[in-house]
Design a binder for this molecule. Structure first.
Ligand code: UDX
Length: 436
């Protein structure tokens, strides 16, 4: 089967490469000529473990190719995926659908065979109807079905998530759409992965509801962590105690500096806008978005307290380890590190940072922060070491060396990667999340 993937960003590229690996014939399309040139040269536009090898193997096998020519790329494709960005619209927080609609228009005008058009981008409920309207308006004579097939890929684990999904959600309104999608996902059908066929609107809502629920779970445990700090408790023990209840589940109960990334902050906001438009308030999600936002700066205040309070902190220096919103990615979007660094700078604390993959994208976002080539360089002369992202490399720090290099042995661990007893036995004054 031939599949066209319009948009070769994170989602499009991972999905395209995985479909090719399933044995389909895939063309990834993008209007950014330099991105396509780099892909032709085997250079990945994003950091994702395993992606370069997957792309290389499938290009070699003749199943995966790249082009900027949409009309040529979609020719003979039975399924045409739209995987372009839906950023927050400036000013109002609604999802900006202009890229999705522009692709729908171009696809309609260029279509040369019957095809199923699939929205993979995260789009508000009702977008599929609008895509269908645009396709009809384009005057195409070919049979089309518009299907919603949201992605649930985690950055850093996207290939595994694609190939071994918890579930696949397909929102289709007719048999043509369902049959083509069944063929697209045949390898996973054979694998007995749960595949849910639902209405298009249900599929669109499912994506937002999943992300909002996960954001809620994280925010809930973050507030329980705050309570643990105040009353004397250990949030990790509490998380384990509640998570072993199957109805709750143990995942996504790691307390930390607040969620970031390309999905949760943007999608919760867009969902709230939809709720507002339909006069159907989502008060829990509203609270989650607010609490998470304020948490990031609160983490900056936590570091200042570890430095001895506002007056003592002024003029001091902090080594920030980890900048990306989570490990195994170079993605800096809505990373807590940005707000923390800002809060520290506002209080006259200087920050020297190191991140294994994120520094290039971080530089323009935090001009006040000096970046160096490794952890120990950042730690030299620092008044406190702050772990913001749980990269494995920071779990294996040589604590003896850290103590010698730092000006003061103060460790602020915003990801709870160390155990309090261990850090204290190593001679550190240790602060963490939700462990009094
Ligand atoms: C998320 C969803 O998991 C995925 O299904 C969706 O398609 C896109 O959004 P991603 O943004 O890659 O994926 O990151 P994820 O691993 O879900 O983490 C999101 C944020 O939550 C990170 O900032 C992470 O540090 C934080 N988090 C996650 C916690 O603070 N605690 C947890 O227990 C889990």
């Amino acid at each position: 089967m031939k599949i066209a993937m319009v948009g070769s960003g994170y989602v499009g590229l991972v999905s395209g490469a995985c479909f090719a690996d399933f044995g389909h014939d895939v063309v990834c399309i993008d209007k950014d000529q330099s991105k396509i040139d780099r892909l032709h040269a085997g250079i990945m536009p994003i950091y994702e473990p395993g992606l370069d090898a997957l792309v290389e193997n499938n290009v070699k096998a003749g199943r995966l190719s790249f082009t900027t020519d949409l009309a040529e790329g979609i020719k003979d494709a039975s399924a045409i995926f739209i995987a372009v960005g839906t950023p927050s619209r400036r000013g109002d927080g609604h999802a900006d659908l202009s890229f999705v609609y522009a692709v729908a228009r171009e696809v309609g005008e260029s279509l040369s065979n019957d095809a199923v058009i699939v929205t993979k981008s995260t789009v508000p409920v009702g977008t599929g109807d609008e895509v269908e309207r645009i396709l009809k308006e384009s005057g195409t004579k070919h049979r089309v079905a518009v299907v919603s097939n949201p992605e649930f890929l985690r950055e850093g684990a996207a290939i595994g998530d694609f190939k071994r999904p918890d579930r696949i959600v397909i929102g289709a309104e007719d048999d043509f759409g369902r049959e083509v999608m069944q063929e697209v996902y045949r390898p996973l059908f054979l694998n007995e992965s749960p595949i849910l066929f639902v209405s298009r609107r249900s599929a669109e809502i499912t994506k937002y509801a999943a992300n909002a629920f996960l954001a809620t779970k994280i925010t809930f445990i973050n507030e329980i962590a705050d309570l643990c700090e105040k009353v004397g408790g250990n949030v990790q023990d509490v998380a384990r105690g509640i998570g072993l209840d199957n109805r709750i589940g143990s995942k996504f109960l790691h307390a930390g500096p607040g969620y970031g990334g390309s999905c949760f902050p943007k999608d919760t906001l867009a969902l709230l806008k939809t709720a507002e438009d339909y006069d159907s308030p989502l008060r829990i999600v509203e609270a989650v978005a607010k609490v998470n936002d304020s948490r990031k700066r609160a983490m900056g205040r936590k570091v200042i307290e570890a430095l001895g309070g506002l007056d003592a902190a002024r003029g001091k220096r902090v080594a920030m380890l980890g900048l990306t919103f989570k490990p195994n990615t170079d993605d800096m979007r809505d990373s807590p590190s940005i707000a923390i660094a800002q809060a520290l700078a506002d209080s006259g604390v200087s920050v020297i940072a190191y991140d294994p993959e994120g520094m290039e994208l971080a530089k323009p976002l935090m001009p006040e922060v000096q970046m160096v080539d490794n952890s120990y360089e950042a730690i030299e002369g620092a008044d406190a070491v702050v772990i913001v992202t749980e990269w494995d490399a920071f779990r294996a720090l040589d604590l003896e060396r850290v103590k010698q290099l730092a000006k003061a042995p103060v460790l602020v661990d915003l990801r709870n990667i160390y155990k309090p007893d261990f850090a204290e036995a190593a001679g550190f004054t240790y602060y963490s999340i939700g462990r009094a």
